[in-house]
Design a protein around this ligand. Structure first.
Ligand code: AOF
Ligand code: ZN
Length: 410
């Protein structure tokens, strides 16, 4: 494994170097800054981040975390958190080194999240790090979990271990943005995703809706589905498209890990979901949740309850109370929700300031049609003060299509 800093390329490192004084918060004075060491730290942290990403769609309600152990400039152990309840990334890296017969004593640990310091599903990592004789710990972010936040750093420093924080912090925060939100607020991180024509339409004026974007954009959408805890649509989408809402390959086979499918949630105020709909009759119906209004017809609710889970929700202006729903989902350890339409449902989350990120995919097609369904419907902004503004805007080409991913700036 190369340790030569000149071998480290890419925008991320440049960004990080530009943010240098901030990332050195705990490293002492700027005069003492060791550029070579910093470049090495960035190199190893990028590796740790790559390992953390292997946990995509698998670790909830725990974060994705990666760790590497480096001794005398050489990689001696690596690990990532695979699943809640299983060993943390740091422990995996220590075990990896030990399995090769290499002692971690005197090594440096690069970990994408502050090591935990109390007993949860697993014992505290700080104990294992101290016991292993690690001399330096570089972390990307401080743990936002109030149970741990800052305590791990204190414990390690108390044990005379050098601690550096903030190395590639931005990338680590972005990777775990849903978990970071949930662990603090206990409500899910909400992403509104829509694929549309250039003029913002999601179906023809006759309501016909096919895949609008190309295969690469579709594969991207499926990857997002695989990474979330729940996918949510409105009843009109169920009636119009009979979707499966599973993360799948183009041939219909489920993307791994099939054992952990996202919950499939339908907003269905009047319990109109047909009993023959895929969501309530297919092999994965255990993962379906129909949310009906508290006044929904009793018999329909009963029939649906025989096939899937049904929640009866309070109403707000005749619609499911979304605040209530997000609180309830958060309690059930749903850390992220992908809202996939239709236009009314998308608008409800956006207009009520309940969405945190939008992922909009634009195909180079124009549908037109005054009354054709749009990606965002609702009443719309009445004036420019009400217009929804986006921040951290990223545009990317995906095959012939354009992807916009951005945060809502309410
Ligand atoms: C992880 N994986 O690699 C690290 C975590 O219930 P536990 O024992 O699994 O602890 C979960 C907490 O541990 C989690 O909320 C986070 O604050 C901290 N660090 N968690 O799942 C890891 N390093
Ligand atoms: Zn831990």
């Amino acid at each position: 494994m190369a340790t030569n800093p000149s071998a480290i390329k890419g925008r991320e490192q440049t960004d990080d170097l530009r943010r240098l004084p901030k990332s050195l918060e705990t490293a002492g004075h700027i005069e003492n800054f060791d550029a070579r060491q910093h470049a090495c730290d960035v190199h190893w942290m990028r590796l740790a981040l790559g390992l953390a990403r292997k946990g995509w769609g698998r670790t909830s309600p725990n974060p994705m975390v990666g760790a590497v152990l480096v001794k005398a400039g050489k990689l001696i152990g690596k690990g990532w958190h695979k699943r809640a309840g299983q060993p943390h990334a740091e422990i995996e890296a220590l075990c990896d080194a030990e399995s090769k017969g290499i002692s971690p004593e005197g090594s440096m640990l690069y970990v994408t999240l502050e090591p935990c310091s109390t007993h949860g599903r697993t014992p505290p990592c700080t104990d294992a790090i101290i016991a292993a004789g690690i001399k330096r710990v570089v972390m990307a972010t401080v743990d936002p979990n109030p149970r741990h936040s800052g305590r791990g750093i204190d414990l390690l420093r108390h044990a005379s271990i050098e601690v550096i924080t903030g190395c590639l912090a931005h990338s680590a925060e972005r990777l775990n943005e849903s978990w970071n939100h949930w662990i603090l607020h206990r409500t899910p991180w909400v992403i509104v995703k829509a694929a549309m024509t250039l003029d913002g339409k999601i179906a023809t004026v006759n309501g016909e809706s096919k895949w609008i974007t190309g295969p690469l954009a579709r594969a991207y959408s499926m990857r997002i589905r695989r990474g979330v805890d729940a996918v949510l649509v409105g009843i009109n989408t169920v009636l119009a498209d009979n979707p499966s809402l599973t993360p799948h390959h183009p041939d219909g086979t489920i993307l791994p890990p099939a054992s952990r499918l996202p919950k499939r949630v339908v907003l269905d105020t009047h319990a109109r979901t047909p009993l023959s709909a895929r969501l309530v009759s297919d092999d994965h119906r255990d993962s379906t949740l129909i949310v009906v209004g508290e006044n929904a017809p009793h018999r329909r609710v009963e029939s649906l309850s025989r096939q899937v889970t049904v929640w009866s929700a309070p109403l707000q202006n005749g619609r499911i109370d979304l605040h209530w729903l997000l609180n309830r989902l958060g309690e059930e350890e749903i850390t992220s929700v992908l809202v996939e339409g239709g236009g009314e449902v998308n608008a409800s989350f956006l207009a009520n300031k309940l969405a945190h990120r939008v992922v909009f995919l634009y195909a180079p097609r124009i549908l037109g049609g005054r009354d054709a369904p749009k990606s965002v419907a609702g009443l719309g902004a009445g004036n420019w003060h009400e217009v929804l503004k986006l921040t951290a805007v990223k545009w990317r080409r995906i095959g012939p299509d354009l992807l916009l991913s951005a945060r809502l700036a309410y």
